[in-house]
Design a protein around this ligand. Structure first.
Ligand code: DC
Length: 247
C-alpha cells in the first residue's frame, strides 16, 4: 500500500466517521436502465443493504388503485404513503416487497402500476413523505439506493452517485423481458411508447425540484454493457480504486 498523505488520511477518517455502517451509494436513472439488477449486485458485493425507492412509489400507486383514491389527489395519496406498512425481505436470494405483510413483488411490476407510480410521484406531498422515510432508512450508510432522486433529494451528500442510462429501445426490450416473466405479453411498440411517456413525466418531476441528474454523478451508459461490467465499475469506484472514495 502506498503511504497515505495527511490530507488523504483525514478524508479517510471523515468518511469513516460520517456514517456508522459505510458509505451511501445512490444509483439513479430512467426506467429500464438496469438500476435494479446492478444496485442489488453492488449491494451484495459490498455487504450493504439495498433499497429500491421505486418500489415504494409503486406500492403507493397499488394501494391508491385498490382503495379507489384518485391518483391526482395529492393529499389523499400522500396520506396513504404515510401509513404504508412496507417491508423488504430477501427470500431465495430475491428481494421481495411486502405490503401489510402480503408479498406484492409481482403485483407492483405490471404496466398499470408502472404508470400509477409515475403519476403519484409527481406530487410534492407524496415525495416529501417517501423521501423522509428513505432518508431514515439510509442515514447510517452501508446502503445502495436506486431510483430517480437518490443522489439529489434523498442523499445530496451521498459519497458515490451513479447515473445509469441506456437507449430507449434497449430499455423497452429489457422491460419486455421483465414483464414476460410476470405473465404479461405487451407488444414492443406500446412498451416503447409507455417508456417515453414515463421518461418525460419522471424527468419533469425531477427537474421541477432542481438540477437533475446530480451534477456530481458518474454517468454510465449501459447500452451493450454487461451487468457484471457495470457492477465491477461501481464497486471499484466505491472502494476508491479509481481514486474517488476512500472507504
Ligand atoms: O424505478 P421504477 O421504475 O420502479 O419507478 C417507478 C416510478 O416511481 C417511476 O416512474 C418514477 C417514480 N420514482 C420516483 O419518482 N422517484 C424515485 N426515487 C423512484 C421512483
Amino acid at each position: 500500500m502506498p503511504p497515505c498523505s495527511p490530507e488523504a488520511k483525514s478524508n479517510h477518517i471523515r468518511t469513516q466517521m460520517k456514517r456508522k455502517n459505510g458509505i451511501v451509494i445512490a444509483i439513479d436513472g430512467p426506467a429500464g436502465a438496469g438500476k435494479s439488477t446492478t444496485a442489488r449486485r453492488v449491494a451484495h458485493k459490498m455487504g450493504y443493504l439495498y433499497l429500491d425507492t421505486g418500489a415504494m412509489y409503486r406500492a403507493v400507486g397499488l394501494v391508491a388503485l385498490q382503495r379507489g383514491v384518485d391518483l391526482d389527489d395529492a393529499e389523499g395519496v400522500a396520506a396513504l404513503g404515510e401509513v404504508l406498512d412496507l417491508a423488504f425481505e430477501t427470500r431465495d436470494g430475491q428481494v421481495q416487497t411486502l405490503l401489510n405483510g402480503e408479498n406484492v413483488s409481482e403485483a407492483i411490476r405490471t404496466s398499470e402500476i408502472s404508470q400509477a407510480a409515475s403519476r403519484v410521484a409527481v406530487h410534492p406531498e407524496v415525495r416529501e413523505v417517501l423521501v423522509t422515510r428513505q432518508q431514515a432508512m439510509g442515514k447510517d450508510g452501508g446502503i445502495v439506493l436506486e431510483g430517480r432522486d437518490t443522489g439529489t433529494a434523498i442523499f445530496p451528500d451521498a459519497e458515490l452517485k451513479i447515473f445509469l442510462t441506456a437507449d430507449p429501445g434497449e430499455r423497452a426490450r429489457r422491460r419486455l423481458r421483465d414483464l414476460q416473466k410476470t405473465g404479461e405479453s405487451p407488444d414492443f411498440e406500446s412498451l416503447l411508447a409507455d417508456i417515453r411517456t414515463r421518461d418525460a413525466r419522471d424527468q419533469q418531476t425531477q427537474l421541477q425540484r432542481g438540477a437533475w441528474p446530480a451534477p456530481d454523478a458518474v454517468r454510465i451508459d449501459t447500452t451493450g454493457v454487461s451487468v457484471e461490467e457495470q457492477v465491477d465499475q461501481i464497486v471499484a469506484l466505491a472502494r476508491g480504486e479509481n481514486g474517488r472514495i476512500d472507504e
